[in-house]
Write a protein that binds this ligand. Structure first.
Ligand code: GLU
Length: 296
């Protein structure tokens, strides 16, 4: 008998759920039910300042109200920093991680200076400039000094070295589609992201690192999420390959938009699940709004 497929909904408890989150949770639920699979819930709360127990409680209440059930226990990322640290150490032992100390404004200045001459500095798929620092070229003693100097820094992946270590192309099976309709076998292009952050001095992990560690730890076989994370999948596949983690299947779905065609955000209270419930909408109505709402 083949093993049951495992799905997960992974919100960040740094605000209330809106219709877009509910749509994603409902997609996971429907797909899990269709194949008699399991549905897990994971709280992505590595940002311990912005994520709060109250938001977590409200998310759980909203999901229950929408009749979405999941297996217990809920995995909370803030309980697993040691797991992420171990994965970071593995990558460091491979010589693929370095301490980088350019701040956001230093990066901005560097890029502005470069672009003065009419040249264009490369941007990642989200539009942010690639990391320009050259600390990756420091000796390991110099890197250690920097890490111990007390200056704020981030641990970044040496993307070129990471891709070279892998030495072969990677990709993923896409059952949904990307923003441009990409589907089927998708070649991963992690280089497009440059030297991504894997951890910070004060936050021992990043979204990219914790998501791949958790999906593997939780035995997730199917990742169903919005296509705003389609391109990030290239980084996730690279980390999975480097860390010897299993390859899940991916299904990216369209994003719900508001009446002006804008992506929903946690600060727009009128599309919040709690606000809709308080305004007298029934769960069935909200589910219908998710199913029929405008999307991109
Ligand atoms: N925590 C992410 C979010 O709320 C989702 C991560 C994922 O599904 O991989 O957007």
């Amino acid at each position: 008998m083949s093993k049951r497929r495992v799905f997960r909904f992974a919100p960040s408890p740094n605000g209330r759920l809106h219709l877009g989150h509910a749509y994603s949770a409902l997609c996971n639920k429907a797909m899990a039910e269709e194949c008699c699979g399991r549905l897990l819930l994971r709280m992505e709360d590595i940002d311990t300042e912005r994520c709060t127990p109250l938001f977590e409680e409200q998310i759980i209440a909203d999901l229950h109200w929408l009749n979405i059930e999941w297996e217990q226990p809920v995995r909370r990322q803030s309980d697993h920093f040691a797991d992420y640290r171990a994965a970071l150490d593995e990558l460091r032992d491979m010589g693929l991680v370095y301490p980088a100390c350019f701040t956001r404004s230093q990066i901005k200045d560097h890029v502005a200076e470069y672009e003065k001459g009419g040249k264009v500095w490369p941007r990642d798929p989200d539009g942010a400039p690639l990391y320009p620092g050259n600390e990756r070229n420091l000796t390991s003693a110099e890197q250690q000094d920097l890490a111990e100097s007390g200056r704020p820094f981030a641990w970044r992946l040496d993307m070129e070295a990471a891709c070279a270590r892998l030495g072969q192309p990677i990709g993923w099976r896409e059952a949904g589609c990307g923003p441009k309709g990409e589907t089927g076998h998708i070649p991963a292009k992690p280089q497009a992201w440059g030297d991504v952050i894997l951890a910070r001095k004060d936050t021992p992990t990043s979204y990219h690192l914790s998501v791949v560690v958790d999906d593997a730890r939780q035995g997730v076989t199917d990742i169903v999420r919005g296509h705003d994370l389609f391109h990030a999948t290239s980084v996730h596949r690279l980390l999975q390959a480097l860390l010897g983690l299993p390859e899940p299947d991916y299904c990216h779905h369209a994003l719900l938009v508001d009446a002006q065609g804008r992506k929903l955000s946690k600060s727009q209270s009128d599309t919040g699940i709690g606000a809709l419930r308080d305004a007298g909408r029934s769960a069935a109505e909200v589910i219908r709004m998710c199913e029929t709402g405008a999307r991109i």
